[in-house]
Design a protein around this ligand. Sequence first.
Ligand code: NAD
Length: 481
Amino acid sequence: MSDFVMSIAGEAVPTEGTFGVRNPATGEVFAQAPECSREQLNAAFDAAAKAARDWKLDEALRRATLLKAAGVLLASGGELAPILTGEQGKPLGDAGIEVFASAIWCQYFANLETPTQIIQDNDEALVEVARRPLGVVAAITPWNFPLLLSFWKIAPALLAGNTLVLKPSPFTPLTTLKVGELLRDVFPPGVVNIVSGGDELGAWMTTHPVPRKISFTGSIETGKKVAMSAAPDLKRVTLELGGNDPAIVLDDADPAIVATAIFAGAFNNNGQVCSAIKRVYVPEALYDDVVEGLAAHAKAIKVGDGTEPDSKLGPINNEPQFERVKELVADALSHGARAASGGQAMDRPGYFFEPTILAGLSDGTRIVDEEQFGPALPVISYRDLGDAIDRANATHFGLSGSVWGADTERAAAVAAQLECGTAWVNTHLALSPEQPFGGFKWSGIGVENGPWGLAEFTEFQVVHRSKAANGLNMNTAGLVS
Ligand code: NAD
């Protein structure tokens, strides 16, 4: 028996099959999650399609229920945070913040205006440009922020008038399933359906004939598969994919200040953030001071089980990712890099890795060129700023980046040269529901958040009301309107 159930058509749906979910702090299976069958997935999409008919007509209900959902989330932090820590590994405090932020996203979209634009209103015609929902959305999420990234999809999709079927990562399905249960009576049946299963369930969703849109967050590799699955059916896609964010330190920066801030931007969520700092470029004159400053933070921070109150970093979420970080760090060390701190897995059960600062390496090393997505940060020295900018951009990634210096105008001018969706100056990971978030190049297609993210859950519709007596007008271009 599964300890959690799926939510389909407003009902709790148990499954025949289950799969184990591991606590990354122990490596042990601690709960069973439901394994969705093809029939159950069909039922979820049917329910979403049926619910879409009325849901799209009642904007007031959509706003009211999103606010209600925010209230449920705010009231449930004490119940949800331990589940999230259990399956994801992050400290309880961070888990509570993730639940809180999910509520904030619901509130933001519940209150976001969706004005219809009037582009002509004269004797001939009233022409309006409206946004219409797409229908049913297939939403697929990763394991680093399972709840928050779900609400980056749920809140705008619902406000726009869509219904949805959402599948969390098999590494972290539980919190999302629990939220499905808590919200079952908040939304009309079928509006939000939560299913769970392995990667193949994601593939069934993207090839299913019902959804008109796939909103996907995950790796570049899977994102490309999703794009290919969507193409034959011309499903709309938003892809939020991996990043390899550069931080460029300028020669007028204070090494101690930037070391503190860059450490925070790189090791948030144990480095498992798509837009975390994943490589740092530092001028030669500041290099040793920045490396030592970063290493001092890495040595001082408390790593432990997320349930222990003083833990600031938890384990890596899952075994494949743990193995990958081990491999990339070992590769760097074997190619001459120096571990200014850490450098290996911790000698304890679970997927714990020492916070690692790597020095004496450069582009061309795997951990610089690839996305490590874990607690290991390479620091690279540079002589010429133009060269550092070129190296920062010489990649298929383009999610975000940051530039650090005392002269903020100069830093902003450098930031503008970064080929990425968000370019921060003297900060990193400053995200909000108002801000469009997305990647250049292989880091994604489209954006989430803000009115721009909302628009991606809609199609344009022109509503043209003729004011001519016979219904036919000639506009200035001589076309029949
Ligand atoms: P992943 O691509 O392995 O899995 C993501 C989701 O896709 C999971 O739910 C998985 O079950 C599902 N999936 C797997 N194969 C599928 C297929 N063929 N068709 C459809 N769905 C399939 O990614 P992950 O390891 O869970 O997450 C880590 C990655 O996500 C990192 O690269 C990270 O940078 C990226 N990420 C990006 C953002 C962003 O907003 N840009 C945010 C968080 C994470």
